[in-house]
Design a protein around this ligand. Structure first.
Ligand SMILES: O=C[C@H](O)[C@H](O)COP(=O)(O)O
Ligand SMILES: C=C(OP(=O)(O)O)C(=O)O
Length: 449
């Protein structure tokens, strides 16, 4: 049931409006960079993308749950071993909580190894009487507020590729080489988080897992079954020149795959039906997602399905809804209802971050953990009422002890935000807040199943 695309289709987007693309000031340099990227090795393989599509088909059928998360904006300087390990460790801890406490297979997808480009609300940033191009992610320009740093520099695309390769290599080593072994559940809970309320709760759960594994071993189950985990990479497919340069024809199937990540999504700002992003992504064979904000109508959702998954292939299309805690209970039901009645197999994931951002008194962009939890609770309520499957969560977090979102076990308040506000774009949950969220989601899942 594959969608066949002629090679020319992969460039049809070039004739369409492409929002949120940087104005590169040297087109020749961009062409040279794209040519160099096109000659680089793939970051992921077609077979892995197919495997993720199968996993997401399980999600659409109600048999698994997605945990997708990582940085809002990865940075080149943050692509180091400690930061990557901390993020992965947080993802693994959350996944263990969900798998054990909710008894559901968890599909683990990092917002990692490629999340280097950001859509922005405004093209420029003004500080005092200086106006400069907005920061659009390390793949485009620099975070520092000076004219040189904010230049849209095509060579950054190459650096984004290399940082993605390094990050993914580390993730593969951690998840396949023994670090993600379930017998390590305690080891993931070291450092600052171990003493937090969420860390202590996690430690009790890890103790139960230990006992369960000892029991299974006694029953003859081979403990090597718990040695490695499946991990997938994802990012917003925003910079079309980059994604196009990394799209290859798979030698086995003859079909095009974007080998920059296993899963790509189209953002809320670039999901226009007649836009370049939808056109480009409809031709690649990777599993894909679309973010849906509160203004999305049920007909918009159906039209996206028609374009992106016309043959209703299970696992091909995921809708990531980001309505906001105040809107989800009204905005989501009509979408799910109509899509469900159309018979299209969609995995529904809740992004409880992007509809809940506000500016705190000190000027920091932040989010309340309570709003995040409330949006997730609304997501489960809506699905329960409609008899559909709440298929997962998509969140922005870091493995570090940052102070970017308020609330959680340590009771962070707006006055604390300045202490460790390190994000390059939107506020992320810290490790303790991420664990709080995982425990709550596990509880909601158990009640709704
Ligand atoms: O992560 C999402 C967007 O890039 C981000 O919310 C845009 O933020 P802005 O409104 O500050 O541009
Ligand atoms: C920009 C993002 O979200 P959205 O498209 O939902 O605004 C994002 O997830 O980084």
């Amino acid at each position: 049931m594959s969608t066949s695309s002629a090679p020319g289709d992969l460039d049809a987007w070039r004739g369409l409006p492409a929002l949120q693309q940087p104005e590169w000031d040297d087109p020749d340099e961009l062409r040279a960079v794209a040519a160099e990227l096109a000659g680089q090795p793939p970051l992921v393989f077609a077979g892995e993308c197919d495997q993720l599509r199968d996993r997401l088909a399980d999600v659409a059928r109600g048999e698994a749950f997605v945990l997708q998360g990582g940085d809002c904006a990865e940075t080149f300087s943050g692509s180091n071993a400690d930061a990557v390990k901390n993020k992965l460790q947080t993802l693994l801890q959350m996944a263990v909580v969900l798998t054990y406490a909710a008894s559901v297979p968890v599909v683990k997808i990092g917002r990692m190894a490629g999340q280097f480009a950001k859509p922005r609300s405004k093209p420029t940033e003004v500080r005092g009487d200086v106006e400069l191009p907005a920061y659009r992610g390390d793949a485009v320009n620099g975070f520092d507020f000076d004219a040189d740093s904010r230049r849209n520099d095509p060579s950054r695309l190459l650096k984004a590729y290399h940082c993605s390769a390094g990050t993914l290599n580390l993730c593969r080593a951690f998840t396949k080489g023994g670090y993600a072994d379930l017998r390590q559940v305690h080891a993931w809970n070291q450092d600052f988080v171990a003493q937090s309320p969420a860390g202590r709760r996690y430690e009790r759960l890890a103790g139960e897992i230990d006992r369960a594994m000892t029991f299974m071993k006694a029953c003859g189950v081979n403990p090597d079954a718990f040695h490695e985990v499946e991990f997938y990479s994802s990012h917003e497919a925003l910079l079309l020149e980059y994604e196009r340069a990394l799209t290859r024809i798979d030698s086995l199937s003859g079909l095009p795959y974007d080998v920059s990540a296993h899963f790509l999504w189209i953002g809320e700002r670039t999901r226009q039906l007649d836009g370049a992003h939808v056109e480009f992504l409809r031709h690649i064979r990777n599993p894909i997602g679309v973010k849906l904000g509160p203004t999305t109508s049920a007909d918009d959702a159906l039209a996206l399905i028609d374009r992106l998954n016309p043959h209703h292939e299970p696992g091909r299309l995921t809708f990531i809804t980001r309505m906001g805690a105040g809107r989800i209970r009204d905005a989501l039901p009509p979408l799910i209802d109509k899509v469900h009645r159309s018979g299209a197999p969609v995995a529904w994931i809740c992004d409880p971050m992007h509809g809940n951002t506000f500016e705190a008194a000190g000027g920091y962009k932040t989010r309340r953990l309570d709003d995040v939890l409330d949006e997730v609770a609304g997501f489960f309520e809506v699905h329960r009422a409609l008899g559909t499957h709440p298929g997962g969560i998509h969140i922005e977090f870091t493995g570090d002890d940052v102070t970017e979102c308020v609330g959680g076990g340590h009771g962070l308040v707006e006055d604390d935000l300045h202490q460790r506000y390190e994000t390059a774009c939107d506020p992320r949950l810290n490790r303790g807040q991420s664990l709080d969220l995982a425990f709550m989601v596990a509880e909601l899942y158990r009640k709704s199943s």
